[in-house]
Design a protein around this ligand. Sequence first.
Ligand code: UT7
Length: 325
Amino acid sequence: MTAIVGFGGYVPERVMTNEDWSKLVDTTDEWITSRTGIKERRFAADDESTLDLAAIAAERALKDAGLTADDIDEIIVATDTPEVYTPDTASFLQYRLGCRNIPTYDLGGSGCAGFVQGLDVARARIHFEPKRILVIGVELISRLINWEDRATSVLFGDAAGAVIMDSGSGRAEVLAVLAGTDGSKADILTLQTGGTRHPFTAEAAARGDHQRLDMNGREVFREAVRRMSGVVEDVLDQIGKRLEDVALIVPHQANLRIIDAVGKKLGASENQVYVNVDRYGNTGSASVPLALWEANEEGLIKEGDLVVLTAFGAGFHWAAAALQF
Ligand code: UT7
């Protein structure tokens, strides 16, 4: 048996509203709200980095679990906006938290599905050998995006979310995790410069390519709805449950229209689906653990509740987890 024994989250203090964006690029609150449901997002301060966000979320999860850094046996960090190119953000986090010389890993490049994929990896690791694993989703996307590209810049925000997984029982038993990838759609959402195909050169930097997120918004939208709803149905099938048994679905918070379409496709009622995209925008791999932490803090999840997480991300990846509180 694998369980989540602690939850944590963190959003930076700086609030960036749609109104603020409308002063920087050719956009309006009306456009952003009607297309995405986003009203505001949080941006990290200039002196904050990915590690700072991750460390606060991790410390909150440790406190929530009644544990210390010494009790953690492994760290998995899901992020597309790492502290540095190499080594992994998780190495820095291990030292910052004051953990022992435990193994650490980053799940990089999985976009917004990274955290739920991390749960899958952690669950398998714990099954193999009982241990406590800190799993984090963290993004500092505001430092990566091209602020002048209105088609992508207004969508994102910075945040971190964390859970601690353990063998045995805990606050939420992880009943099942499912994940899938369709690599034929790897090019519908990419940031290409910096890898070996398009190395980071002075010319590329001068063109701003290092911040150019290429996104086929409509295709991402279609795939997101299809995959996030499909994987919820599959995970429920696997545990022999139906939608009526689910107290709360916690979807990746990319866009309110995507969330609504997933809920509709599944036949879920409005109060069965958690939403905080209006306050934080799309926080990438931090989105699901942040929403899970907030839903918990808001008292929306009670003992006995079945909660289903569902996410999609660049790759094209999708993943879902069923949690029995
Ligand atoms: O982890 C990343 C996941 N990515 C996503 O979740 C994105 C999924 N896709 C979407 O959410 C939607 O496709 C968007 C919100 C990105 C765009 O909505 P859309 O209804 O597909 O709009 P569109 O891209 O077809 O653009 C419609 C118009 C265009 O103008 P024209 O060509 O019709 O004159 C855009 O140039 O809206 C324009 N536009 C904007 N206008 C004002 C694009 N961005 C903006 C903006 N403000 N910020």
